[in-house]
Write a protein that binds this ligand. Structure first.
Ligand code: NCD
Ligand code: ZN
Length: 345
């Protein structure tokens, strides 16, 4: 039985770090593990301009633990008013890592998002030409579409249309949750530049975990966790060794005061347990040999970036007690709890 595993340093292609005290509290868990991380732009003031992206990057570096050399990548938050010039110039100058599409109202701080994705087609045309990746929160927000079908309907309608119109555009369908979405990504890996990222929590949870024995805010996130058969499809995809699937934790911290209340915020804070948690899933699926591709290689390849040369080592030790929460001002954020014998050494 494998008790120790060294892999190239991984990257996290989707994470929420927030700002201020929260950023200071959650950043070390990320920056000490992941060489690069895509810090999502859904801040209290969405990161829609180069100046805002530069300010956010500077804030992340201020919060970076001493001696840690991780690289934050910040996508431009797309609105219906995004300026093509600002986006392209910002991408070329390294201010923006691609552009993030949020359907308006789909998730936390998405009010400034986009009502109709087709309105962005002229922008996508230019992004395709200049090699700017499109990161997608792939759900439709429509009163006629059941909440649990938001991702499936996005795949059937918007995503099908996107791969037809923009076969050369680097696209990431983020946080895959359904069989239909993982199948679509695999089916289109050779006729488009589409790939999908996968969270730890969607590999572990189903809606029963969220709804059994009382409503569990800890398991509430967008896109919602789905059925056991969806989870099986997502687990199969992540551990398959296929290069069209890679790691994106979507670790999304919320203060306890905003999580354990009548209107719980969506988002699961997995960062401190994420890599050991993924290792446990890959081991359970008999696919530990595919962890390195998923965590450290396929994402970089998708975005045309070099892989890291240094390594990170995971060891199996009897379950240790990781901190169950991090203090933030007078409040705290609870860490997702998952049993794993893997620990980073
Ligand atoms: C994220 C957040 O809290 O910012 N929440 C979540 O449930 N994943 C936003 C997002 O990625 O949808
Ligand atoms: Zn997210």
């Amino acid at each position: 039985m494998i008790r120790q595993l060294s892999i190239r340093r991984p990257d996290d292609w989707h994470v929420h770090l927030r700002e201020g005290e929260m950023l200071r509290a959650v950043l070390p868990a990320h920056a000490t593990v992941y060489g690069r991380f895509v810090a999502m732009p859904n801040l209290s003031i969405p990161v829609t301009t180069r100046a805002l992206a530069r300010a956010y990057r500077a804030g992340i570096f201020v919060a970076m633990p001493d001696g840690v050399r991780a690289e934050p990548l910040i996508p431009c938050y797309l609105t219906e008013d995004t300026s093509v010039e600002e986006l392209i110039a910002g991408h070329q100058a390294g201010d923006f890592f691609g552009a993030k599409f949020y359907p308006v109202g789909a998730t936390t701080l998405s009010r400034a998002g986009v009502r109709d994705i087709r309105r962005l087609y002229p922008l996508f045309e230019v992004m395709q030409k200049h090699g700017v990746p499109l990161l997608m929160h792939g759900e439709v927000v429509d009163d006629d579409v059941d909440f649990y079908d938001r991702e499936r309907v996005f795949v059937e309608t918007s995503l099908s249309d996107l791969v037809r119109h923009f076969p050369e555009l680097t696209m990431t369908m983020e946080h895959l949750t359904t069989k239909e979405a993982v199948d679509f990504v695999a089916d289109h890996q050779h006729c488009s530049r589409l790939a999908g990222s996968i969270t730890l929590h969607h590999l572990l949870l189903t809606c029963s975990d969220m709804l059994n024995n009382g409503l569990r805010a800890d398991y509430f996130c967008y896109p919602l966790v789905k059925t056991a058969s969806d989870r099986a499809a997502v687990r199969g995809a992540a551990t398959s060794g296929r290069a069209c699937y890679f790691l994106g934790t979507d670790s999304a911290p919320h203060l306890k005061s905003q999580k354990y209340c009548a209107t719980a915020k969506a988002g699961i804070f997995t960062a401190p347990v994420s890599l050991p948690g993924y290792a446990a899933v890959f081991e359970a699926e008999g696919a530990l040999e595919n962890l390195e591709g998923f965590a450290s290689i396929y994402g970089a390849e998708h975005y045309g970036l070099p892989v890291h040369e240094d390594q990170i080592t995971l060891k199996k030790t009897p379950v240790q007690n990781l901190p169950s929460e991090l203090s933030v001002d007078a409040d705290a954020v609870r860490v997702f709890s998952t049993p794993t014998e893997w620990h980073i050494v």
